[in-house]
Design a protein around this ligand. Structure first.
Ligand SMILES: Cc1cc2nc3c(=O)[nH]c(=O)nc-3n(C[C@H](O)[C@H](O)[C@H](O)COP(=O)(O)O)c2cc1C
Length: 196
């Protein structure tokens, strides 16, 4: 099984990336048979989505699309920006093919300046995974500044919950075949003006 962590924080010293790294470290420690990879979108030269077919992106964008498509399970981590996920996460999902997450469990990690926007996990992030016919795993972990100290993740309760989240993602991926997705999705075509 391949588990992919994606950090969608644009900042250099990212609390979100720290939390994602702790979650993925738990997978590496606990499961010998799960291959892990982490994509930090900040480090990559992603093209802005311009409406082209996902097959036609190149460079880092191509590598990221292919890595997401190849993953069996994902952990997506984002800071809250303006009460929602970041622009670089929006750009990532815009370049992905519609079936990139189909039938895959997705664990969600979000961080905010306070807990003020924690419900954005429910009304922003989970519908986003739902669009792709992915399975957002219950028990998303939401962090705020108080969970960090001296540049480290310092809250034992949060560290424990991150482990529980990724355990659930791995367990789900083992037990539920990717073909279990419900009704067929409607066809969503991309047409340029010239193709209409
Ligand atoms: C442009 C911008 C918008 C933000 N908007 C929110 C917000 O709406 N709600 C919130 O709780 N925190 C907000 N924050 C704070 C960040 O979500 C918070 O500091 C987060 O932990 C940063 O994660 P990082 O260290 O991975 O960048 C915002 C920060 C920035 C830079």
């Amino acid at each position: 099984m391949k588990l992919l962590g994606v950090s969608a924080s644009p900042s250099a010293d990212s609390k979100t990336l720290l939390a994602l790294t702790a979650a993925v470290a738990h997978v590496r420690w606990r499961y010998d048979d799960v291959a892990t990879d982490v994509i930090n979108l900040r480090d990559l030269d992603m093209a802005f989505c311009d409406g082209r077919d996902p097959d036609r992106y190149e460079g880092d964008t191509r590598v990221v699309i292919d890595t997401v498509v190849a993953a069996d399970a994902l952990i997506i981590a984002t800071p809250m920006y303006r009460g929602s996920y970041t622009g670089i996460l929006k750009n990532l999902v815009d370049v992905l093919p519609n079936d990139a997450l189909q039938g895959k469990p997705v664990g969600l990690i979000a961080s905010g300046g306070s807990d003020h926007h924690f419900l954005a996990v429910e009304h922003q992030l989970k519908p986003l995974i739902g669009f792709f016919y992915g399975h957002p795993i219950p028990g998303a972990v939401y962090l705020n500044n108080d969970h960090f100290a001296a540049g480290r993740l310092a809250d034992p309760g949060i560290i424990d919950r991150l482990a529980q989240l990724v355990d659930a993602v791995v367990e789900f991926a083992r037990r539920v075949p990717r073909t279990v997705v419900g009704a067929d999705r409607p066809t969503i075509t991309r047409k340029t003006l010239a193709e209409t």
